[in-house]
Ligand binder design. Structure first.
Ligand code: NDP
Ligand code: MG
Length: 392
């Protein structure tokens, strides 16, 4: 019997991080936790470390060095320690479950070190674009999507070349405001946006699902992961979130991947695929699930979708500007500093103020990310930009 594969879980305290640990717990003979990381929540990381006993843990916020912890193992701190965890030689697999631009350096470090990167942190791929793909090519790393739609596409493709594909159809739940008239958008509160009808997720992606920014990020993600043209990628609203996406081949056959909405299935496949391991899951009953309904996307009412796809088509630094401004706007919305309809206003402002340019290096991206945050923060009316993404 072979030894269990080492896995580093970046963002272990989050929604995807915890689900990853649950999935791994069912296969102790296959997976071993090498390292766990968190941003600021030291007590939660301490609790996870006591439960999973990794080789070490990393807290990205070096200001979090504090009182003694219960877990007696090794604690490391700061962004350099995060980067080293992403490239740890003990671990052939890295799960990037960080949120936002903060995940970019870890994505690059793991791909440069030749890892199998189970990627939940779609923002890092969207922002990094060709730089991330180049890191995979030169370092020998492989990106395996955790996002349910992209996991579905990968499974539907069955390793056939993309030249055999006419188009892919990404499904979107439509979020909590799918049926709300635009006239009522003005009264949306943060708690309304955080009440997602089908998925339980971290706050940022939950708001992105409500504005449909998440679906725009996913269109760009599909373009980069599989090489489809933007014109080949369609989005359809499917409120039940049972069909996770579809691939239409040139011979007229359309493949779909189905299942009840749980991230544990795509996470397990990202760790084990193409092998399929035993899993605990709720069986899908086609009769009980009732009719599978699909609707057109309301483009005019959810402008974050078209803004994001347009930024993806432009390429270069445009997706980074879109992402940074969105992160600032979502944080402002959650703090009640702008309304729900203010989010696209802030993002549109940043996109028109900062002209796109090609991406030469990580430093270019760090600079444009900072610039877009300043621009968005000014539009929000905050004196200084939100710097929540990078710890000293
Ligand atoms: P959460 O907010 O639940 O978790 C984020 C994790 O990242 C936490 O461990 C957090 O640590 C850590 N973190 C946050 N900021 C930093 C930072 N600056 N430096 C280092 N670590 C940091 O997010 P989710 O799990 O919901 O989402 C993670 C990613 O997966 C996102 O990119 C999201 O789009 C994607 N995704 C999520 C899905 C879901 O079902 N949740 C589905 C598909 C994709 P701490 O706890 O200390 O703050
Ligand atoms: Mg998704």
């Amino acid at each position: 019997m072979t030894a269990p594969r080492g896995v580093v879980v970046l963002g272990a305290t989050g929604s995807i991080g915890r689900s990853t640990l649950n999935v791994m717990a069912r296969h102790p003979d296959r997976f071993r936790v090498v390292a766990l990381t968190a941003g600021r929540r030291a007590a939660e990381l301490d609790r996870l470390a006591s439960r999973w006993n990794p080789d070490y843990v990393v807290l990205a916020d070096s200001g979090g060095r504090g009182p003694a912890r219960d877990w007696p193992g090794e604690w490391r701190y700061g962004t350099e320690a995060m980067r080293m965890a992403a490239a740890d030689p003990e671990s052939p697999t890295v799960v990037n479950a960080l949120v936002g631009f903060a995940g970019l350096e870890s994505t690059l470090a793991s791909l440069e070190a030749g890892k199998r990167l189970a990627l939940a942190n779609k923002e890092s791929l969207v922002v990094g674009g060709d730089l991330v793909l180049e890191a995979a090519r030169t370092g020998g790393g492989e990106i395996v999507p955790v996002d349910s739609e992209h996991s579905a596409i990968m499974q539907c493709l069955c390793q056939r070349p993309t030249s055999e594909v006419n188009r892919v159809i990404l499904t979107a739940s439509g979020g909590p405001f799918r049926d709300l008239s635009r006239a009522e958008f003005g009264s949306i509160r943060p708690e309304d946006a955080l009440a997602h009808p089908t998925w339980s997720m971290g706050q940022k992606i939950t708001v992105d699902s409500a504005t449909l920014a998440n679906k725009a990020l996913e269109v760009i993600e599909a373009h980069l992961l599989f090489g489809f043209d933007f014109d080949q990628i369609e989005v359809v609203v499917h409120p039940a979130s049972i069909v996770h996406s579809m691939v239409e081949f040139r011979d007229g056959s359309t493949m779909a991947q189905l299942g009840h909405p749980t991230m544990e299935v795509p996470i397990l496949y990202a760790l084990s695929g193409p092998e399929r391991l035993e899993n605990q899951f709720r069986a899908f009953d086609p009769v009980e699930s009732g009719p599978l309904e699909f609707e057109r996307l309301r483009h005019e009412d959810f402008p974050m979708f078209d803004l994001g796809v347009a930024a993806g088509r432009v390429g270069g630094t445009a997706p980074a500007v879109y992402n940074a401004a969105n992160e600032v706007a979502v944080a402002a919305f959650l703090e009640n500093r702008i309304g729900f309809t203010g989010i696209p206003t802030v993002v549109e402002h940043a996109l028109s103020a900062i002209p796109p340019s090609p991406i030469g290096s990580l430093e270019d991206l760090v600079q444009v990310d900072a610039e877009a945050r300043v621009c968005a923060a000014e539009r929000v009316g905050t004196p200084s930009p939100a710097r929540g993404d990078r710890f000293p």
